[in-house]
Write a protein that binds this ligand. Sequence first.
Ligand SMILES: [Fe+2]
Ligand SMILES: [Fe+2]
Length: 157
Amino acid sequence: MEIETPAAALEREHREIDEAVTAFLREPDDEGRRSGLRTALHELRHHIYLEEEFLFPLLSTMEDALTATVLVMLREHAQIWTTLDALDRALDSDSDDEAAAGVCRELTARLLHHNLKEERVLYPRADTDLNDAALERLRALLEATGLPEGWVCIKAR
Ligand SMILES: [Fe+2]
Ligand SMILES: [Fe+2]
């Protein structure tokens, strides 16, 4: 079996998160969709953690154009993070499916543009420009799910 490249694994995470959000929007009152969404929101926070604490710092040192793109991604992460907080609150307030669905649609729109830029500009470099030690660390992070207690994305601090 072919080993999944880092870019493919990161894109798969984007897709899986999108699918859980879309499934919730189709059936917001379904308990399974709701818990699937909660899992996906946690995965998204972990995905952002991996990008900010590991992948982006490496890519930033490669060339100025990547540094500029990373800066835009960090700003967008802060907007996504705020949206995630709002969505968690809406899900916690139990009865308010319509509010949760509204925030979900906002999240979808934010992710659409953000993910596309990462997939076109940044992720291909993860496949071609990382050394073996960095690739190994990236694979380990992709397997992991935990976040350091209280971790918040860089530009939302
Ligand atoms: Fe990102
Ligand atoms: Fe991403």
